[in-house]
Design a protein. Structure first.
Length: 461
């Protein structure tokens, strides 16, 4: 009975307490809430510590990865550079404002353009590439280096001499080395250039690879006799002979004056046409192998004493992928805006038509006798300037027909530009069959000479 009385006495108390809690808005405490809070305090701090450690490890890995990647490149574990998402650096030189051209007409004799079908991407397989590198190996004992000719983002270029063991004969060459082994970006570019040069087929308008010196990581190239084409043209400015025919009111026509005797030590308008033809010829060869040069400019093109062209500077060259273009996905090297096609700085893609745009700028350099193109336009305004029709002006020493072809190379839409085989056809027609035949006679001699030099340097002769 006492227990029953106690129970009955407690019932009104409990009921009154619940009523008061209900009226005041308070909720009954749940039995599991305390346990959840206890477990959170126990494990929450541990999770926070793990999260902080993870971020620290990620930051440390980001700092150390370039050094590890550089070591892997030097050790041969990586054959192609890895990439990270970043925008390319754009360089814009500026001095004077250049007006838009007054005419955007194409040459009247130009046929319709059809885009080449995409061929399967050629791959640089590791084993064949290693075999080629072994074939190109030169003993360092037979190589002597002298003066530095040039130093830039893609390496140091020196004069060198290769001496044949048995005969003692000497061969003048260019020797290229990476500027600093510790520089991660330059080491990537240098490694890429070796792979490209080893995989390229020999061509008389391409600077020939003589060999590699693996012990000192050197690239040995043929010596082109003279300086790059831009400097060569600037040196010949005072003695240049303009062959363009002018009308009575001193307007340029599309005709050229014929000269009976042409001296090898002089520079003529027809030489500029020949240089343009040979550059297009070399680039057509690269395009047929599915390569993009990406740095085509006169400072990367050389001329020999007999006026044949050699295209060099393959530090930025790449293979076009199965989509028909190469996408820039890393901070590879500074890119010059005025040689760069709009699609390159718009969406970071390059293909044959992008190189054709650069070829058009090379034509401007050619027919201004080495003048550097300049625009007084901010980098962020370049695309709008080009989209609105702004282009470089007509050079002094080119005909209106050649300038119209330049503008064709500068079509804003890549599909509307000519391919390099069409560029070869255009400048072949400008030269005429007799001069084209003479150019190819020289190129055949140069090709034979390149082969002999390569075999001689590697001890096969």
């Amino acid at each position: 009975m006492p227990f029953a009385a106690a129970a009955s006495a407690s019932e009104p108390l409990t009921s009154n307490r619940q009523n008061r809690m209900h009226q005041s808005g308070q909720r009954r405490p749940r039995s599991g809430s305390f346990e959840i809070e206890k477990y959170f305090k126990r494990f929450g701090y541990g999770f926070l510590v793990l999260l902080i450690c993870g971020f620290l490890a990620l930051g440390l890995a980001t700092i150390l990865w370039p050094f590890l990647e550089n070591y892997l490149f030097q050790s041969g574990f990586l054959s192609t550079p890895t990439t990270s998402s970043s925008q390319p650096v754009l360089i814009l030189t500026s001095s004077t404002s250049i007006p838009s051209p007054t005419s955007t007409e194409r040459p009247s004799a130009t046929p319709s353009i059809t885009r080449r079908p995409n061929r399967q991407q050629p791959r640089l397989e590791l084993e064949p590439l290693l075999d080629k590198k072994q074939q190109y190996t030169i003993d360092e004992k037979n190589l002597k280096m002298s003066d530095v000719i040039e130093q830039g983002s893609f390496g140091i270029v020196r004069k060198g001499v290769i001496t044949m063991k048995n005969s003692g004969l000497e061969l003048l060459v260019l020797v290229k080395s990476a500027p600093t082994i510790r520089d991660h970006l330059q080491q990537k570019l240098f490694s890429n250039e070796k792979e490209i040069l080893c995989s390229l087929e020999q061509h008389p308008n391409i600077l020939s690879l003589i060999g590699l010196v693996p012990t000192s990581d050197l690239i040995v190239l043929e010596f082109p006799d003279t300086e790059d084409l831009g400097r060569h043209l600037r040196n010949y400015r005072p003695d240049f002979l303009d062959q363009i025919v002018y009308s009575e009111n001193k307007m340029k026509t599309d005709e050229y004056r014929k000269i009976e005797s042409i001296e090898e030590n002089s520079l003529y308008t027809i030489d500029l046409i020949s240089f343009a033809y040979q550059i297009a010829n070399g680039m057509s060869h690269l395009a047929s192998l599915q390569y993009v040069h990406r740095d085509l400019a006169l400072h990367n093109i050389f001329v020999t004493k007999n006026k044949t062209i050699r295209i060099g500077g393959f530090g930025l060259a790449r293979i076009i992928d199965k989509n028909g273009y190469h996408r820039i996905t890393s901070l590879e090297a500074p890119l010059h805006v005025l040689w760069m096609a709009p699609e390159t700085f718009r969406n970071n893609t390059t293909d044959e038509k992008s190189d054709v745009w650069s070829f058009g700028v090379c034509l401007y350099e050619l027919f201004t006798l080495g003048k550097t193109p300049n625009l007084d336009v901010r980098i962020e305004d370049v695309e709008m300037f080009l989209k609105s029709g702004g282009r470089l002006p007509e050079p002094t020493f080119c005909t209106p027909k050649v300038y119209n072809f330049m503008k064709w190379c500068w079509e804003f839409e890549p599909k509307k530009r000519p391919c390099f085989s069409r560029c070869v056809e255009f400048f072949s027609s400008e030269l005429g069959d007799p001069l084209v035949k003479k150019v190819h006679e020289k190129l055949d001699e140069e090709f034979s000479s390149q082969q002999k030099l390569n075999n001689w340097a590697r001890g096969k002769l």
